[in-house]
Ligand binder design. Sequence first.
Ligand code: HH2
Length: 282
Amino acid sequence: MIWRCRDLTFDLSRRTLVMGVLNVTPDSFSDAGRFAAPEAAIERAHAMLAEGADLIDLGAESTRPGAVSVPAEEQIRRLEPVLEALAAAAPAACVSVDTRSAAVAARALERGARVVNDVSAMDDPAMAATVADAGAGVVLMHMRGTPATMQDDPRYDDVAREVAVFLRERMRIAMAAGVDEACVAIDPGIGFGKAVEHSLALLAHVPELAALGRPVVVGASRKSFLGRVLGGAPVEQRLEASLAAAAIAVLLGAGIVRVHDVGASVRAVRLADAVRAARREP
Ligand code: HH2
């Protein structure tokens, strides 16, 4: 399976990609404010690349439950110095921009980003054309509602099936608007309008999403469902469960994991890759 992101083509049959999270926000659910200053963010990006990150997922708008949206101009103001520094690095880092705004995505693509990570799976009507024109990679993620309301008693009859139906439809819309299928990746949106049992079911049912024929992104790192499974562990005690979740996702067919702890995740994922490669086809 390949994933095309402008001038880069990733071969996911060889190994899982690790996407390092970098939030240049004052209010993300973990690392809040730590990388809001451009110098701190740029240093963090380089550290994650040195630890083996394949992509840096740069976000200027928190999407934690209850978060309110950040105007496009403010997102761009937060992103630009970091994008410029990463584009100038040698070799240039592969940056994905975590935004729901086509205006923000367009500016980030001008500044060298190669992927748009859209947690709304293209609710902005201008997003598909923006991605298509740049030949950028895109992550289409499932979310129920908006960050402001998504955790208000989410209900599903069959969460894995409903998420797969939604993602198949958003893939169809993206491709109808000119996005190349080879550029598309899909994400079940763990924790986005999901109760604990929904996030667990989505992890367990990664094979059904992989069956849609595009790389599956899983972002379980440090999320609250892990804390709940561990009997209330706070965010700083979720590393081992995050690594376990990444390894499980890879073994079940995920192609990309979105993580905060890059070095540890790379080591966990390499083992999962090796076990996956050792499996005899049934
Ligand atoms: N999770 C978060 C943000 N963006 N994108 C994708 N594709 N998949 C995810 O699971 C995902 C995502 C939430 O995590 P984080 O960025 O750490 O927090 P915040 O949204 O508060 O900035």
